[in-house]
Design a binder for this molecule. Structure first.
Ligand code: P6P
Length: 337
């Protein structure tokens, strides 16, 4: 594809999918239709985010979501746009969104449809200050004859695809359907996502660590020892750089492009960690593994976790293989489950 990425030979997402379908038969037209409906939601949110300041769409909408967090207007709108777009594509049997307590069952879906889990606008507490925010999604095949919440309560390793859109200086879509990770940039004039990076690969190790140091007092001994080792390497090598944006999509995007390790460990405040398993940890773990990295709770592979419920949380360390394996070794050393 390299030579096809010239400026006059635009590889749109749809064209790239067709190109991949020739190589991998399991991609079907249904999947393309589903992705198109997800892309519509991302394009809408991208446009709304860019106008948010103008259209007074930032600030609180007054409503509260199931997490008890103040819902910002963009949250509410983004959620509705994704639900309507997914429902109307006819290929979605059920969906789980961070913004709604119950799973949404689409009764009229035909068999062989998909279950989509998503966070329509993650990091939305950053909307007002202009930090990049994003949409995160994961896709399962719905193999149940009758669609129910159970469609979504499967380990992340059963996902057939995962991705995120990041609404930053430009809008990027980073996506994998199991054959590596590809990145596309939205050309707002064309309304098309154009392939910019094919088969993103993480280096085995990189000197960037990403964690909220304000939680230091609640960390376990393994996390404390790992971060100390980043700051004062025992072997006298150069200390790591600290990078933490506080918006998961932005922190993961940097990790995929530059390498490093992102960490949101369990702590006394959040014994299961803060990040949601189904629609934050699973999709990001799927992408990082597809890019040659690893994602763990410290003692267990993220993608092997059986979700306890649709809004369950998990501690997560993800990024370069060697860095993640170093934290796993420390969990073993300190005998932490
Ligand atoms: P903290 C944003 O609110 C979010 O859900 C993720 O996007 C981000 O990684 C995390 O919370 C930041 O949490 O506790 O460091 O502010």
């Amino acid at each position: 594809v390299g030579d096809m990425m010239s400026s006059t030979d635009l590889i749109t997402l749809s064209r790239h999918l067709i190109y991949q379908q020739k190589k991998h038969t399991q991609a079907t037209g249904d999947f393309t239709l589903l992705l198109t409906s997800i892309c519509l939601g991302c394009k809408f949110v991208s446009s709304a985010v860019r106008k948010a300041g103008l259209a007074n769409m930032t600030g609180l909408a007054g409503a509260q979501n199931v997490q008890g967090e103040d819902q910002k207007k963009l949250d509410v709108i983004a959620d509705a746009v994704f639900v309507n777009s997914l429902r109307s594509c006819g290929r979605v049997a059920s969906m789980v969104t961070e913004e709604q307590e119950e799973a949404i069952i689409v009764r009229e879906a035909k068999s062989g449809a998909y279950t989509v889990v998503f966070d329509p606008l993650d990091g939305s507490s950053n909307i007002d200050c202009g930090v990049s925010i994003g949409t995160i999604f994961g896709i399962y095949k719905s193999d149940h004859p009758t669609f129910s919440e159970a469609d979504a309560l499967k380990p992340g390793r059963e996902m057939v695809a995962a991705g995120y859109a990041m609404y930053g200086s430009s809008t990027s879509l980073v996506l994998s359907w199991g054959q590596g990770v590809n990145s596309y940039a939205l050309d707002p004039a064309l309304g098309e996502f154009i392939l910019t990076h094919e088969n993103l690969q993480l280096p085995p190790k990189a000197s960037i660590y990403s964690i909220n140091e304000g939680n230091y007092q609640s960390w376990n001994e393994a996390t404390k020892e790992f971060v100390e080792g980043c700051k004062n390497p025992k072997d006298g090598s150069k200390p790591y750089s600290a990078r933490y944006i506080g918006s998961m999509v932005a922190d993961i995007h940097r990790t995929l492009l530059y390498g490093g390790i992102f960490m949101y460990p369990a702590d006394k405040k959040s014994p299961d960690g803060k990040l949601r398993l189904l629609y934050e940890c699973f999709p990001m773990a799927f992408l990082v593994e597809q890019a040659g990295g690893k994602a763990t709770t410290g003692s267990k592979r993220i993608l092997d976790i059986q979700p306890p419920n649709i809004h369950g949380r998990a501690p997560i360390y993800l990024g370069c293989k060697e860095d993640v394996e170093a934290i796993e070794a420390l969990y073993k050393k300190h005998n932490i489950e």
